[in-house]
Design a protein around this ligand. Structure first.
Ligand SMILES: [Fe+2]
Ligand SMILES: [Fe+2]
Length: 226
């Protein structure tokens, strides 16, 4: 098998490096992920975007399953299992959004930031053109990011807003851990990264989508803190 523990380490360090560059561009993004800094409006708007993006992500993964079904059954099978698991995860965060006063007609993709449209547009385009790899690498990134930051962010929000206000986000953290989503995605990487060329493409996607994640956090900052 081409994909090794060493390949995984290289992908992780590509993500760490790219995230570090984004943290350097946006101090608030850095503090939100790594320090005690907290702002309620920033957090709530972020959770709204997360739920909208989960819907978009499920559509992306469904597209990727369809594309993989043509010539990569192993990826299609594993990704459809992951998608099965992720369906309904929006509802966990959704419980929190109701507490924040968001109604269901606000939780729609037209209310997402253009930065999110750009990110999801990029991923859908690449899946359509090049196969499931970009979606699998992105989902792996989401789980890797989640492992690193979601628990920290949720606990911090709980301290500031009360545990009841973040119970949906907290149950999502527990769910991802119980179902070992990051382990599942790490295994899935080998179904799409089979050659050096695939690996180079994965790095290229990481270096493209992480800056878009940074742009999204800058948009949250501009809307909620200025
Ligand atoms: Fe999830
Ligand atoms: Fe997950």
């Amino acid at each position: 098998m081409f994909f090794s523990q060493e390949s995984l380490k290289k992908l992780e360090s590509a993500v760490d490096h790219a995230m570090h560059s984004e943290f350097k561009k946006d101090e608030i993004m850095h503090k939100f992920h790594n320090e005690d800094w907290f702002d309620e409006n920033y957090y709530k708007r972020h959770i709204l975007e997360c739920v909208i993006r989960i819907h978009m992500n499920n559509e992306l993964d469904a597209n990727a399953v369809r594309v993989a079904a043509i010539n990569n059954i192993s990826a299609a099978k594993q990704l459809s299992y992951y998608l099965y698991d992720e369906f309904g995860h929006d509802e966990m965060f959704g419980q929190d959004l109701t507490k924040y006063g968001y109604s269901s007609d606000q939780i729609v993709s037209k209310n997402a930031f253009p930065e999110t449209w750009k990110l999801m547009g990029y991923l859908n385009f690449c899946v359509e053109k090049f196969g499931a790899l970009p979606a699998v690498v992105w989902d792996w990134f989401l789980e890797y990011y989640g492992d690193k930051f979601n628990n920290f962010i949720t606990q911090k929000a709980g301290v500031h807003m009360g545990n009841q206000a973040v119970s949906g986000a907290a149950s999502h953290v527990a769910f991802d851990e119980a179902e070992d989503h990051s382990g599942m995605m790490t295994e899935m990487l080998s179904s799409v990264i089979k050659t050096q060329e695939d690996f180079d493409l994965a790095i290229k996607h990481i270096n493209s989508f992480v800056p878009m994640v940074g742009e999204y956090f800058q948009a949250v900052r501009a809307e909620t803190l200025s």
